[in-house]
Ligand binder design. Structure first.
Ligand code: MLT
Ligand code: MN
Ligand code: ZN
Length: 300
């Protein structure tokens, strides 16, 4: 199985169009201590010929251009991309679908809650005669006919920002079909893809135990990172993300869980691990985690 990290950034990417935070300032200046990152998406393939996207980011066109495996081949109209599996309805995971118009057949997989967001407005541009939508129940295992299977599971999450209502504080951390993780199985190999997760529960850690790779939510390093930087009044928890550090953080939660390779993805532009010479980057490496970057390829 081949896994290509198309975009390792969180919503907004790095640098973000309107941001001059400490990290973004370095990125705008092309400082060698940081690498630019596009928004959250991964591509997987069993045969190197047919690919499934895990989320479709607003940077999808740029990601396809940068990734030869995803270029059209042969006939006049072709794409190696057979489908897109969505893990939630966030803008950074959905809007790449709009890049995939132009009368191309493919399949969109997702939960009922997430697929509902792809069925109106501008998404109508995806011709229903060509683009199948497959609703996947929680806990179901899908065989897309590409040489691997994908099982869905709920993770503690949050409804998309644009659907937040008066009850949002009570909804954060709930395990519903609005935020899911994916377990990909291919020829005895097992990979977990979890780009958004508000909390690592014991059940989640147990599920991931023994996997060959874990691609996990690396949005922030500390819970109050954006608040302290004066950029937002939201903690990581309020955004539906678990921080890397601290008592309930992902590093501690997965510390004793055996996994072949632990990779942070969906990294927000404020996260200090993006500065390759930072103490936080060294700490993450010491804990056995890779910091994902665009173009990173994992072969299992
Ligand atoms: C998130 O992961 O928190 C979202 O990408 C936020 C957003 O939709 O901008
Ligand atoms: Mn996001
Ligand atoms: Zn920034």
């Amino acid at each position: 199985m081949r896994i290509i990290v198309l975009g390792s950034g969180a919503g907004g990417g790095f640098p973000q169009w309107n941001c001059n935070c400490e990290n973004c300032r370095l990125a705008w200046a092309n400082d060698p201590r940081v690498r630019a990152r596009t928004q959250s998406s991964v591509a997987i393939s069993a045969d190197g010929a047919r690919w499934m996207l895990l989320n479709a980011s607003p940077d999808l066109r740029q990601q396809i251009v940068a990734t030869p495996a995803l270029h059209p081949r042969g006939s006049q109209r072709h794409s190696p991309i057979s489908g897109v599996f969505l893990t939630n309805g966030d803008v950074d995971h959905l809007t790449g679908l709009l890049t995939m118009r132009e009368q191309q057949a493919f399949t969109i997989y997702g939960s009922r809650a997430t697929l509902a967001q792809t069925s109106h407005g501008a998404f109508g541009v995806l011709n229903p005669n060509l683009v199948d939508r497959v609703e996947v129940e929680l806990g179901a295992r899908v065989n897309p006919g590409l040489g691997f299977t994908i099982e869905t599971f709920a993770v503690p999450g949050k409804p998309p920002l644009y659907l937040e209502g008066a009850e949002i504080e009570q909804q954060i951390g709930a395990e519903t079909d609005s935020t899911i993780g994916l377990e990909i199985s291919c020829e005895g190999r097992r990979v977990h893809y979890i780009p958004g997760c508000a909390k690592v529960t014991a059940a989640l850690a147990a599920r991931v135990s023994g996997a060959d790779a874990l691609l996990f939510d690396g949005t922030t390093y500390t819970d109050d990172e954006m608040v302290r930087a004066g950029l937002s009044n939201k903690t990581a928890w309020r955004m539906g993300h678990v921080p890397m550090s601290g008592e309930g953080g992902s590093i501690a939660a997965f510390a004793k869980i055996p996994v072949g390779r632990k990779v942070f993805i969906h990294i927000n532009n404020t996260n200090p691990v993006l500065r390759e010479d930072s103490a936080e980057r060294a700490e993450v490496a010491r804990a056995g985690w890779d910091v994902g970057h665009d173009g990173m390829e994992i072969v299992l």
